[in-house]
Write a protein that binds this ligand. Structure first.
Ligand code: B12
Ligand code: SF4
Length: 487
């Protein structure tokens, strides 16, 4: 069978203010492709955003290729792009089966399939094997009933039916992503300027799921279902990236890479013993096994960056969000990492449930007081399938039925907490960016971390800061320029 896999994202991410291109290959599609290749199918991966291809050109390509299956990987922000593409493909290629998976879909996506007749199937959860099972079952309705995570049309019921959540038990049994199939060589991709130390960089996932219960997060869907690759598998994967693709810097995109202390230390020990020429960064949770010993070992193994989700400067807000971390812990871990010369790049959300003018101020005060090199800030948006989605209106104003309104960036405000106004959030977003980056102490911190690699990045960073300043002076707002333009 001929299968084309892609993200229906047609937004250009050609640079943070045009200074640096920023694109990463989709790991999930790479694994699905590897599974299908192993079964003898012909697979093509496309990425319009990375390739700089517009909607029309992509449709032309699909019409020329006439795939048996078009598999789309969809984050909520891209759902409207998927609908647009789905309608066009249905019209021009009636025989192509259109199958969607990705974090936008959840247990109650049966209604979504009913509302979108141009799609054939949706997949909820981990779809590594779903396409191969569908093909093996000949797409027959009886076979569909036994495929975990599948949402399909059930003739007897007269509507779509959802088969729950698909979860892969044994991650070591999965093949590595089919790196050779990405539309650009792996070495071409790079994350945003503050997320890599050296190039070429790559990103990998070595565990899935998170035991925490943050009510706004997709990770919480997999509660208690944390599964990890063994250290042997992880090390084999890294060695391949280094030897075949010359990768020198890695991002561990696991929800919380430091979750299992023993596994983490085993991986670090092997990297140290075998003298890996590798720098790396990872997502962490402040209160998940991070301590002085662990951080020191990570540093010795090449870790230069940790990215905690701090989210808010208010413990009461964090408790409401199910995050439960104290400000003392946040400060302690950030200082500990800074002393070991591990850069910290936390993320914050503005306009979360329970937010008030005071808690916004607490978040700004916290961000400015921490010894961190960069910050990531987005406006909060409820995401489909997460606990907060069901009762978002209890906490604020939100256009539930408008998928275009789901926007987890600093460009648009999808959700306004009761008691606040849009302009409060806009004002605080700009204030936080401006006050964080236009400080002498920020510049001083950059110099503290200066080495050959950081010098090049600092020049890029200063260019970005300068452009931000000019933009702020000209337009009075920063937020809109931080993300790509729609094509
Ligand atoms: C790495 C990452 C990124 C990277 C790389 C994205 C990329 N090119 O793949 C960067 C930093 C660029 C990024 C950007 C964004 N991200 Co992001 N990101 C992640 C992260 C940490 C890991 C993704 C990953 O590789 N997972 C591992 C693979 C194996 O899983 P997967 O991609 O979900 O694929 C599996 C299933 O979903 C399913 N599946 C997926 N596609 C398909 C397609 C078919 C046909 C089938 C059958 C199955 C299937 O099967 C796959 C294999 O199991 C996740 C959190 C997480 N742990 O997943 C957030 C996450 C995906 N990101 C999220 C968001 C919101 C974003 C942004 C919108 C953020 C922003 N402010 O701009 C952008 C959107 C960019 C885009 N258009 O994709 C949300 C999505 C929530 C939602 N409902 O949409 C997540 C879940 C984090 C969260 N907040 O909870 N992200
Ligand atoms: S926000 Fe982080 S800690 Fe909370 S559930 Fe999601 S991945 Fe886990």
């Amino acid at each position: 069978m001929k299968i084309i896999l892609m993200r229906p994202s047609f937004k250009s991410h050609d640079g943070f203010l045009g200074t640096d291109h920023f694109a990463l290959p989709n790991i999930g599609l790479g694994i699905i492709a590897a599974v299908l290749l192993g079964e003898g199918h012909r697979v093509i991966i496309r990425d319009p955003q990375a390739e700089g291809i517009g909607f029309g050109a992509m449709l032309e390509f699909l019409r020329a290729e006439q795939p048996d299956i078009l598999g789309l990987s969809v984050v909520s922000m891209d759902f409207s792009g998927a609908v647009r593409l789905g309608k066009a493909v249905r019209e021009h290629l009636p025989a192509t089966r259109i199958i969607l998976g990705g974090p936008h879909f959840h247990n109650r996506s049966d209604a979504l399939l009913d509302a979108n007749p141009w799609f054939d199937f949706l997949v909820v959860g981990e779809g590594d094997h779903t396409l191969s099972r569908l093909i093996a079952g000949g797409f027959r309705e009886e076979a569909c009933a036994d495929i975990p995570g599948l949402v399909y049309r059930n003739t007897a019921a007269g509507r779509a039916v959802a088969n729950g959540l698909s979860v892969v038990e044994d991650l070591d049994a999965l093949p590595l992503p089919a790196y050779h199939l990405y539309p650009k060589p792996l070495q071409w991709y790079r994350p945003a300027v503050n997320n890599y130390k050296r190039l070429p960089n790559a990103a990998i996932i070595t565990s899935r799921g998170c035991p925490s219960k943050c009510i706004y997060c997709q990770g919480s869907l997999y509660r208690r279902m944390v599964r990890s690759n063994s250290p042997d598998y992880v090390l084999k994967h890294i060695r391949l990236l280094m030897s075949e693709y010359g990768i020198r810097d890695l991002l561990f995109f696991d929800d919380v890479f430091t979750l299992n202390r023993r596994r983490l230390l085993t991986i670090c020990d092997a990297m140290i013993r075998d003298k890996f020429d590798l720098t790396w960064g990872c997502f962490v949770k402040i209160n998940r096994v991070i301590d002085q010993d662990v951080l020191l070992k990570m540093k010795q193994a090449g870790c230069w960056l940790i990215m905690p989700g701090i989210e808010s400067g208010s413990e009461a807000v964090l408790d409401l969000l199910g995050k439960h971390q104290s400000m003392d812990e946040v400060r302690r871990i950030c200082h500990m990492a800074d002393q070991l010369r591990i850069q910290v790049r936390p993320s914050f959300m503005l306009g979360v449930p329970g937010e008030t003018r005071e808690t916004l101020q607490q978040t700004i005060d916290l961000a400015l007081s921490l010894p961190v090199t960069h910050i990531g800030i987005t406006y909060f948006s409820p995401l489909p399938g997460t606990p907060v989605w069901d009762n978002a209106e209890q906490y604020g104003a939100f256009q539930r039925d408008n998928t275009d309104a789901i926007h987890t960036t600093s460009a648009r405000i999808p959700f306004v907490p009761h008691g606040l106004e849009r302009k409060d959030l806009e004002h605080q977003m700009d204030r936080l960016y401006a006050r964080f980056y236009f400080r002498f102490s920020w510049l001083w911190r950059q110099f503290r971390y200066l080495d050959g690699y950081e010098a090049i990045k600092l020049l890029r960073g200063l260019l970005i800061a300068l452009r931000l300043r000019v933009h702020l002076l000209r337009h009075g707002r920063i937020g809109m320029v931080l993300f790509g333009r729609s094509q």
